[in-house]
Design a protein around this ligand. Structure first.
Ligand code: C5P
Length: 463
């Protein structure tokens, strides 16, 4: 069915290129949405076509209604739209509408252009992101746009599609990006280029190291025991990228040994591919694609997506502003995690056998609740397979819900769970098997919690 997908993409490209007037782009406010928009913007600029871009957290009916009041002839949805096809079709029926998305969709008689890999039996969960679709579209328009392939890979990384390499169409896109991206094998630790070594280990939640993760003193003595100096001769803290190959070997061995104390660990998780941008400077935040994607997510979560867009378009002022955004983001994340740890024994955090519900209300920003849930799901705090449902209030009377699963529990579909519960409670929902979200009105918080507990209780009884 991949052929049909490419055929439809070709038709979409033709229609987009022949559109008259301004192209109105609405994209998702996250790393994948920002990179998807950047790729399309670059392609439109090459064609000397005009465009207007904005980013939204969720495509609510109100957003679609507002678009219908605008007079743009051509409307492009990126990384969203799949769950609102009917409403989009009704409200924007006289326009040229394009939806490029990889989220789960509901079959309707939508008469705009709808490009979603899932509609062609092509993997859109981990095989391609919205940035990937935007890239393939751009490449169909003009092969010169191959210079945007690396942005599509950043989008895929941001959507957690990299798992010991890429799969599906992302593999093809990665091939296209190799003039920009260099792939190395290394420790799958975050902050390879930018953070002091002992800090990398302290903040290593993806590879949990008992006695080291979350413990600065533990991290320092771990390195001392491995005979790896923290500082160089000038007293500067060393980074992972400064270590000799012998030191790296000792570090890898040490981490694997330490992790073997924990029965849940898999030695293979420690090493993996590291994707680096060839043209970026060694110790910059744009060198490692995972850091780059975090930066874009940071921009999105602090409502500065346009800075992220500027960064992708290589605008030097945006790149400067992004440094500040990243610093603020780190502070916000630390505050959220501190709140979680302080409140674990209070009624705000419900910890059951295979389910944790974090009812953060206004104590964690709604834009950071998904990240907080993701970090917790990777941190070995909860045993593998535990469902983490985190809730935070928005400023306008709603509750943002993020669901994640701890460890590698793949058999459960979080999207289906939220969908079933939201059917009872009311609200909007969507997402993927292992990362889903929803929005409900705040007065439904208690009912939602009760229904989630009921629903999962029933599944367990059956299992
Ligand atoms: O916001 P969060 O990171 O928890 O979202 C996880 C996934 O669920 C994303 O793919 C997002 O697009 C989707 N989602 C959704 N509707 C919502 C919230 C999230 O489709 N109301």
């Amino acid at each position: 069915m991949e052929n049909d997908f490419f055929y439809s993409l070709g038709e979409a490209a033709e229609k987009l290129v022949s559109s008259k007037g301004i192209i109105r782009i609405i994209s998702h406010n996250d790393c994948d949405g920002i990179t998807a928009a950047a790729i399309l913007v670059k392609a439109l600029k090459r064609l000397e076509m005009s465009f207007v871009v904005s980013f939204v957290k969720n495509l609510t009916n109100d957003v679609i209604k507002e678009l219908s009041y605008e007079s743009y002839e051509n409307v492009v949805f990126l990384d969203l739209g799949s769950s609102s096809l009917e409403y989009i079709g009704n409200l924007l029926k006289d326009r040229n509408v394009f939806v490029f998305d990889h989220h789960h969709f509901i079959e309707t008689g939508f008469n705009g252009i709808f490009i979603n890999p899932l509609a062609f039996n092509v993997d859109g969960e981990t095989g391609i992101s919205a940035a990937g679709i935007s890239y393939l579209l751009a490449k169909t328009i003009d092969t010169e746009n191959i210079d945007s392939a690396y942005l599509a890979i950043i989008g895929a990384v941001g959507d957690m599609q990299e798992n010991k390499g890429f799969s599906g169409l992302n593999r093809l896109i990665l091939e296209d990006s190799l003039s920009h991206i260099e792939i190395k094998t290394g420790l799958r630790l975050f902050g390879y280029q930018t953070r002091p070594l002992h800090k990398i280990l302290e903040y290593s939640t993806e590879i949990f190291i008992p006695g080291v993760t979350g413990d600065e003193k533990g991290s320092i003595s771990f390195l001392q025991n491995l005979d790896i100096p923290l500082q160089d001769k000038l007293g500067k803290y060393r980074k992972l990228s400064n270590l000799t190959s012998d030191e790296i070997k000792r570090l890898v061995g040490g981490i694997i040994l330490e992790r073997m104390k924990d029965e849940k660990s898999d030695p293979e998780d420690v090493l993996g591919n590291i994707y680096l941008l060839k043209n970026e400077k060694e110790d910059g935040i744009y060198k490692d694609l995972r850091e780059f994607s975090t930066l874009l997510n940071a921009c999105a979560r602090l409502n500065k997506a346009s800075i992220g867009l500027g960064v992708c378009l290589n605008d030097s002022q945006s790149k400067e502003q992004a440094n500040e955004v990243l610093a603020n983001y780190k502070i916000e994340i630390i505050n959220s995690l501190n709140w979680f740890h302080k409140n674990r024994k209070t009624g705000r955090i419900i910890e059951l056998e295979n389910l944790t519900i974090i009812n953060a209300e206004e104590y964690i920003k709604d834009t950071l609740i998904g990240t907080t849930a993701s970090i917790l799901s990777k941190s070995n705090i909860y045993k593998s397979g535990t469902i983490i449902i985190a809730m935070a209030h928005t400023v306008d009377g709603f509750t943002k819900i993020s669901a994640r699963i701890s460890g590698n529990g793949k058999e459960i579909s979080l999207r289906n769970i939220l969908q079933d519960v939201i059917k009872i409670v009311g609200g909007q929902t969507g997402g993927h098997e292992n990362a889903a979200g929803a929005v409900i009105s705040q007065e439904k918080d208690d009912q939602f919690i009760t229904e989630v507990k009921n629903y999962l209780g029933k599944i367990e009884q059956v299992a």
